[in-house]
Each structure stands twice: as C-alpha cells, then as structure tokens.
Design a protein around this ligand. Structure first.
Ligand code: NAI
Ligand SMILES: O=C(O)[C@H](O)CS(=O)(=O)O
Length: 477
C-alpha cells in the first residue's frame, strides 16, 4: 500500500486561530523523504502573543467537569480517527504502522486518564489546631493551577508524549503553549484541531512551530510562563533548567536502559520480550533495552534465543503491515549509530546480527564481547542496537546497572524473589520492571527518572502534582 499523506500547510495555532507566516518549514516523510506537510515558522512576537492569550484565558472559568468532558470527547474523536493519525505518524516519524496505531490508542488513554484525574484533584485537612496557640483555628489545602505551562516535546512519540503534557496540564486547569519537535509536528497540529472540535475554550492551548532552540529560548525569556515541562535530550533539559530561574521545571530525559537476565529466568520469555522491546521505533524510545546483562551460566543459550527472535524482525517501509522496524528519524542519526557500532567493533565487540545500514535504516543489531566503557554501553544509543555482556554475581550486576549517568527504568528477569527484592531496593532508577524488559510503560503509571534521566514524574495523576500548587487556607475562628 502506498502512503498517501496530503501535503498541507499548517499555520500556528494561537487563540483558536490558524495564523499563517511568510516563512514555512517542510516536514518530510521519513521513509520516502518526500514532503509530508508544511508548518509555519513562529517569531518572538507570535510566542509572546500565545503566552499573553494563554494568561488571559486563565481568567475565564474552566471547571473540572468541563475539563473532563472536553478531554473525554477529544479521546473519543481521536479513536474515531485512529487510522488517519496512525498514517501520519508512520509518515512523519517513520514508525511502523502497527506501532503507530498502538501509539494513537495510548494517546487516547492518556487523554481519558487525564479527564478522570480532573475530577480527583484534592487537598486535605491540616490539623493546625494541634499547635499551642492555634486551638481556635482550622485549615485545609487546595490545589490550584500553576498558570501558563510551556510544553516542549521530542520527535519519537509525538502523539502520546504531547498528550502526556497537555492532558494533565488542561485537566489541572492550566493553559498550555506547546512546542512540538520540528521534525514531527503534524500530529500535534491535528490534535489541536481535535481539541478545538471537542470544545476546548479559547486560549487554553496554543501550538507553535519553527526553530526549536529559538522558540525554546523565547519561551524561557517570557516571564509570564510559570512552568516548563520538557521531554528530550539531557543537553536541552539542562539548558532549560539553567534558564528557568525559580520557575517550575519537569524534565523527562534520556537513558541507556539495562535489562538483566538472571540464571533462573525463563529464557524463552526473556529472549522474546527483549528482542521485541529493543528495536521498537528503531530503538528510538528512551526506555528501549540497550545494555543486556546475562548471567554467565546461561549466556550462550540466551544469546542464541535472542538472535533467533531478532532474525524474525521485518525491516522496511513503515506503512507495510508486516514491518517491525522502519527508518531512523534522519540519515545523520543512522550514520551516528553506524559509527558507534564501528568504533565498538574496533575496540573488540562482535556483531552477532545486524550491523548494516541502508540510507536512514539501521538494521537491528546485537553486539557481544562488549565492555562497559564502550560508547554503545556508556552513552545513550537511541537506535536499534543492544550490547550483551555477562556477569557472575548479583552484587556485580547491580553495581554495573547503576554505573550509569542515567536512571529511568531497568528490567530484570528472575524467579528468585529475594534477588528481585534486593534489586528493587538497590537499582537506582525511576522504575524497575521484573520479568519484563525495561521498555514497559502504561500511561497511568508514574514515569520519570533519577540522575541525568530527569526530575518530576509523568502519568496524569503524577503530572498533575507537578502542574498544581498547594495552597493552605487557615481560618482564625
Ligand atoms: N524520558 C522520556 O520520557 C523521553 C526522553 N527522550 C529523550 O529525547 C532525546 C531524543 O529526542 P529529541 O527530539 O532528539 O531531543 P531534543 O532535546 O533535541 O529535542 C526535544 C525538543 O526540544 C526542542 N529544543 C531543541 N533545542 C532547544 C532549546 N535550546 N530550548 C528549548 N527547546 C529546545 C526541540 O525542538 C524538541 O521539541 C533522547 O535523548 C531521548 O532519550 C525521548 C522520549 C521520551
Ligand atoms: O520514553 C519514551 O521514549 C516513551 O515515553 C516511551 S513510551 O511512552 O512510548 O512507552
């Protein structure tokens, strides 16, 4: 089937209007390299205008039940248009069509859970009367919106990660100025159309496209932005934190995710799940398996099963129903991954399968005989490459998993409850997944890392905590 995506020009979405600009940018189909759409290029005046409308919108009532209805309606409309959105994702990301449909379904769930959470935002009674001299007082807290939130999102999951920002932000009563990734903004623009149709009040959402660094900087300069929520690279995350001053910042950053296969694990299950979760979206998932630590007693047998499963992966055109792995986001990224693998091989690694590039497609690759200081282990590959190493003791593997700048999620296959509990206590991550690979996520769970993987949690209930302020009300009776 040929992917026919209409080449449409999107304006900036400001105060429920589509604002055209003299300058536009082309968004490419990542497999065919043909134009998929054009988007407007915002100036600082557009950024300031969007923030101004966002701030003004906060003065208009938007009650929790109204937020619930709008977000639920948006989820319903999204599911009704699942195929249209999935085809756009396949084109703008190069994400295989079955996986793209999965992302749209998850995005709808994220909106639904956000809607439900809109009705559950609550404070608590505070027994101030327990303090000497306060016997005549009563107090309680309320959660109030932070105000205007700037949301900046990455290219790899452009639909669901946008919903993880605007869903909770709107549910909590905020206004949002969204800056989607330059290379994958189309779904975000379509989502804005959909939210408007679902009845979102004017001014609550604005979407700006153009130069990411420039718009990011203008958003940071604008004092009327109260919070920044960012998902992307550690480099940009640190930049935002350093420029945000005293304002709130939530950061979802990178990882070089480890998954451990212990000697008592179910090897068939481990090999099947790890091969599937290492190469989804061509490995461009920040919890994608990258470092695989296998107990030395079962190493040969596990590796053979992992290779066997990986051989079945179909590489090709994302719109083909059979395709499991499509292109990377850009040629230079595939070339970078190729160079890292070449360097690892020069340092002694063996390519067990893969190690091949065709244009921006990099084939699923398993490396063995690796050492922890190779780039493919130490840094974030963000591509379809895994590095398999052996270990001999529980303490050794926990120390090696923790020997990383990152700490988002890790996986552990074991049937030993004591080892699982020890790992739960000692592995330094935001989430440990037992008997599955690191890349497990459902959208209502708390999600976020430690160390260079970021600060703050996503998952609507947890993101709402970040996106509200707690206010105490004290009565002197
Ligand atoms: N923890 C998580 O949930 C996730 C983390 N990531 C991480 O994101 C990275 C890959 O995504 P990319 O889109 O390449 O990341 P990136 O950091 O290059 O870009 C992310 C966003 O930041 C914008 N941006 C670029 N420069 C900026 C600046 N100076 N100020 C403000 N905004 C700026 C971009 O336009 C884009 O919208 C990887 O490191 C990956 O691990 C990706 C997905 C999820
Ligand atoms: O971190 C990412 O790349 C995504 O958040 C993982 S998921 O939400 O697509 O599972």
């Amino acid at each position: 089937m040929v992917n026919e995506v209409e080449v449409k020009t999107y304006g900036l979405y400001i105060n429920s209007e589509w604002v055209t600009t003299a300058e536009t940018m082309t968004v490419q189909n990542k497999y065919t390299q043909e134009p998929a759409a054009k988007v407007a290029v915002a100036t600082q005046a557009h950024v300031d205008q969007a923030v101004k409308f966002a701030k003004e919108a906060l003065k208009e009532p938007f009650a929790p039940y109204e937020r619930y209805k709008v977000l639920m309606k948006a989820a319903e409309l999204l599911l009704a248009r699942k195929e249209q959105f999935a085809q756009v994702l396949a084109a703008e990301v190069g994400k295989p069509i079955r996986e793209s449909r999965g992302e749209v379904e998850r995005a709808a769930q994220t909106l639904q859970v956000s809607a439900e959470e809109a009705k559950r935002i609550q404070g608590e009674g505070v027994p101030v009367e327990a303090a000497p001299g306060s016997e005549n007082r009563m107090a309680f807290t309320v959660k109030v919106p932070v105000g205007v939130i700037a949301a900046i999102t990455p290219f790899n999951v452009p639909m669901n990660l946008v919903c993880h920002k605007i869903g909770p932000a709107l549910a909590a009563g905020n206004s949002v100025v969204l800056k989607p990734a330059e290379v994958t903004p189309i779904c975000a623009m379509m989502l804005a159309e959909l939210l408007q149709e679902a009845g979102l009040p004017n001014g609550r959402l604005h979407v700006l496209t153009g130069d990411g660094a420039q718009i990011g900087d203008w958003l940071l300069q604008n004092e009327d932005v109260h919070m920044y929520t960012f998902t992307g690279s550690p480099r940009v995350g640190e930049l935002i934190r350093s420029k945000a001053g005293l304002r709130k910042v939530a950061l979802e950053l990178g990882n070089n995710s480890a998954t451990v296969v212990h000697q008592d694990a179910d090897l068939d299950k481990a090999a099947a799940l790890i091969s599937q979760k290492s190469f989804n979206n061509a490995g461009q998932v920040c919890i994608s398996v990258q470092r695989i630590y296998v107990h030395e007693h079962i190493y040969e047998s596990f590796l053979a099963k992992l290779i066997e499963n990986t051989k079945k992966i179909v590489v090709g055109n994302p719109v083909d129903e059979k395709t499991d792995v499509g292109p990377m986001i850009r040629l230079s990224e595939a070339e970078r991954v190729e160079a890292w693998v070449k360097e690892a091989v020069e340092q002694g690694a063996h390519i067990e399968i893969g190690g091949k590039r065709e244009g921006s497609i990099y084939y699923p690759t398993i490396l063995s005989n690796v050492v922890d200081d190779m780039k493919v282990c130490r840094q974030e590959v963000f591509g379809p490459v895994v590095a398999v190493a052996t270990y001999s003791s529980e303490d050794e593997v926990i120390a090696r998993v923790n020997d990383s700048d990152y700490g988002l999620q890790a996986g552990l296959f074991t049937n030993d409850l004591n080892f699982a509990m020890k790992a739960a206590r000692e592995i330094e991550v935001g989430g440990l997944i037992v008997n599955d690979a690191s890349a497990y996520r459902v959208d209502h769970m708390p999600y976020g890392g430690v160390k260079k993987s970021g600060t703050g949690k996503e998952g609507p209930k947890y993101a709402i905590e970040e996106m509200t302020e707690e206010r105490i009300i004290v009565f002197n009776l």
